[in-house]
Design a binder for this molecule. Structure first.
Ligand code: E4P
Length: 219
């Protein structure tokens, strides 16, 4: 399972990308709205893309097909490798089909069921983003949507990629990998939490201390 960072914060994205295990970044309008509102969205997106170098999903804000296609054209002028993130609504599926016909990669977002994921796949989506945390928030087991989707993808050898999204803690990441998600898009804080273990921290400290003692004994 690959890791993407789910963020619009440039310094977090740059740090995560510098660690060498990241394959991409996803943004959305709410993540961008958390950043300095005076910043130019086009400029931030271009810098985010340059910082990560891999996959970069950029979401449209329109809710009608023509508006989404116009926004996709604009985003592709910013950088032609962009993956266009489209909401899982009927007008979105039409936009996905039109973009797929032009071989433009799409990431269908706000998917909460395997049926929605299948519809997005059939419209021609390159990626289907299945949300976990927002289902947990309404007392529905979010991981089950990943399990159902991955089982169907496996059964029918579907080639679009399942992105586990809306992840809130390291156990979500673990469960998504076990369930068969191809990619987890993870908030920066959770990404850092997945790297840490107290026994790793204390183990490194013990090795450093013992090495110092050994060097001191030799001198
Ligand atoms: C990523 O593609 C999604 O937009 C994101 O993971 C949503 O996360 P949230 O449910 O925490 O807002």
């Amino acid at each position: 399972m690959q890791f993407y960072v789910d963020s619009a914060n440039l310094s977090d994205i740059r740090h995560a990308a510098s660690l060498g295990f990241l394959s991409g970044v996803t943004t959305n309008p709410s993540l961008l709205a958390k950043e300095d509102p005076s910043l130019d969205v086009k400029q931030i997106i271009k810098e985010i893309h340059a910082s990560v170098g891999g996959h970069c999903s950029v979401e449209v804000n329109s809710t009608d097909t023509d508006g989404m296609l116009r926004e996709a054209d604009e985003i592709l002028k910013w950088f032609p490798e962009a993956t266009i993130k489209i909401p899982m609504i009927p007008a979105g599926l039409s936009a996905v089909r039109r973009l797929a016909q032009q071989e433009i990669p799409t990431n269908v977002t706000l998917i909460f069921t395997a049926n929605q994921a299948l519809a997005a796949h059939n419209a021609g989506a390159t990626y289907v983003s299945v949300f976990v945390g927002r289902l947990d928030d309404i007392s529905t087991e979010g991981i089950q949507a990943i399990r159902d989707t991955a089982e169907i993808w496996d059964l029918h050898s579907l080639d679009s990629q399942i992105i586990a999204a809306s992840l809130r803690h390291p156990l979500h990441v673990l469960e998504c990998a076990r369930a068969g998600a191809h990619i987890a898009t993870v908030p920066y804080k959770v990404l850092m939490q997945t790297l840490n273990h107290p026994l790793t921290t204390s183990g490194v400290q013990a090795f450093v201390d013992d090495y110092k003692k050994m060097m001191a004994a030799k001198s």
